[in-house]
Design a protein around this ligand. Structure first.
Ligand code: FAD
Length: 463
């Protein structure tokens, strides 16, 4: 017997980001038998890409990674299929956190502020408006709100043939300035170029701007509170500053985990191993044994579609743009199409002004080598003139680079069954699992689905 009745089953979770913490939390919640969980985190903090740091010049926080949460709870209303479950929203409520909605519809092209279809018609003419309406209708026909909600799972209906790029779809469906508007609208959500992603992912990212499909919200007081609350509730041994370097098959189906706390090698054995690191960190871990290393290499190849972000966040003495920019964010045509967040609309610390530029895809990758002060200058210069004199109110700028940190075709080109996504070698190494947003939709909702799936499975094995 692999899991013995005389001692609690041991579980190593590799990665202390949202995925690792959610897995630990759910395992603990679902298991009726005691578990010994060790959570390895290579850095000195848990949270991974959910990060709410503070500026130096003033006690003002901002989001450096994941900015908003996706709310599917209205998805499917009126479809006859019932309303969707929203596991992430439920988890956030269960943890006692309050949330506020976020929203924004405007696209800024040069000095033209396009807040709605009427603005588009007045700047570009009726033909452009009609063409956008047709594009929208066609996109909705391909993917209904309910299909959108189900698109991460196996019951999903394919929206196009696998392998066709979103670029080719756009080329066939829309032209002229209307195409530029659509591209600007979605570039920062995609984190890649339309040529490097699928029709499915492109349409999902386009349709998420339609409130019938999804709404956005943020946690009051900063998104990192999700991490703090999870951490407080998880009874695991937290091994911070302890990168896992190697995972090897051990005796009786167990695994040996080799890590390096404070530069010193350490090896521990576990009944289960759950690798909850993002795709770009899988390559930093050696998987021992010929069979496991080949299986893991195939897994990495399957999901190898790197996408990029770079965030520039600037603190101002006051939110000088209010009155013109009223939403939580808008899309700018600068930096190849970026999202401009009014971070201070989250009211983390009222009075100050904070703007955040989310650069995506190729532009983010190329900008990653540019020094911070140059990027901050470019961001200040990118603002439409009508917003006011940004330099006059400037206090401090911060840059966070997330190169290769997200996925351009989450779920893979041809999605696999949920079982196969989460087990790289089910035949022989059935107690080694992977958890990741790259297996679903590259979001926190996706990583929670993944954690939920794996925790169900481990608990079923234990019972
Ligand atoms: C700029 C940006 C904006 C985003 N915006 C959104 C958004 O608006 N909404 C949304 O839902 N999602 C968003 N995301 C995606 C979201 O952040 C991810 O879905 C989520 O962080 C994935 O969680 P994870 O635990 O899988 O990975 P991560 O958050 O990357 O955490 C992984 C952890 O594993 C650790 N680790 C890596 N290798 C090892 C090792 N060998 N040993 C031990 N520990 C290791 C890392 O240090 C890290 O702490 C955004 C991401 C970025 C970068």
């Amino acid at each position: 017997m692999i899991v013995r009745p005389d001692r609690p089953a041991s579980v190593a979770i590799v990665g202390g980001g949202p995925g690792g913490l959610m897995t630990a939390y759910l395992l603990q919640k679902k298991s009726a038998v005691p578990l010994r969980i060790a959570l390895y985190e290579s850095s000195g903090r848990c949270g991974g890409k959910v990060m709410t740091p503070q500026f130096d010049s003033a006690p003002v926080r901002y989001e450096a990674g994941a900015a908003e949460f996706y709310d599917y709870s209205n998805c499917g209303a009126g479809s006859g299929a019932g309303c969707a479950d929203d596991a992430l929203k439920e988890l956030i409520a269960e943890l006692g956190l309050s949330v506020s909605p976020m929203g924004g519809q405007s696209v800024v092209m040069g000095e033209r502020w396009l807040a709605n279809l009427d603005d588009i018609e007045s700047h570009f003419g009726l033909r452009v408006r009609q063409s956008l309406e047709t594009f929208h209708g066609q996109a909705r026909d391909r993917l209904s709100p309910w299909e959108f909600y189900c698109s991460g799972g196996m019951e999903a209906t394919p929206v196009d043939r696998p392998g066709r790029s979103f670029e080719s779809y756009l080329r066939q469906s829309i032209h002229g300035p209307q195409r530029k508007i659509v591209e600007n609208l979605i570039h920062s959500d995609l984190a890649t170029e339309p040529s490097a992603t699928s029709v499915e992912y492109g349409l999902q990212n386009y349709l998420m701007n339609d409130p019938a499909y999804m709404r956005l919200y943020a946690i009051d007081g900063g998104n990192e509170q999700l991490i703090d609350r999870l951490r407080d509730r998880v009874a695991a041994t937290f091994r911070l500053n302890e990168p896992v370097q190697e995972i090897l098959p051990g005796a009786h189906g167990r695994f040996r985990v080799r890590s390096r706390p404070d530069g010193e090698p350490r090896e521990s054995e576990y009944d289960f191993v759950i690798v909850a690191v993002p795709h770009d960190a899988l390559g930093g871990i050696r998987f021992g044994g010929a069979r496991l290393s080949v299986a893991m290499a195939a897994h990495r190849d399957r999901y190898d579609h790197p996408a990029h972000y770079l965030r520039i966040t600037i603190l101002f003495r006051r939110p000088f743009w209010r009155g013109i920019m009223v939403d939580s964010y808008c899309m700018l045509d600068r930096f190849g199409g970026c999202c401009l967040y009014d971070e201070s609309s989250r009211s983390i610390e009222p009075g100050w002004g904070v703007l955040g530029w989310l650069l995506a895809g190729e532009q983010a990758r190329q900008s990653a080598v540019v020094p911070d002060d140059v990027l901050i200058g470019q961001a200040l210069d990118s603002l439409p003139r009508r917003l006011g004199n940004a330099r006059k109110w400037f206090l401090e700028g911060r840059v966070h680079r997330w190169i290769g940190a997200v996925n351009a075709i989450p779920g893979g080109v041809a999605p696999r069954s949920l079982d196969r996504r989460h087990q790289v070698d089910p035949e022989v190494h059935s107690r080694l699992f992977v958890v990741g947003d790259y297996l679903f939709d590259a979001t926190l909702n996706g990583v929670l689905d993944s954690a939920d799936y794996v925790s169900d499975w481990v608990v079923a094995e234990l019972h």
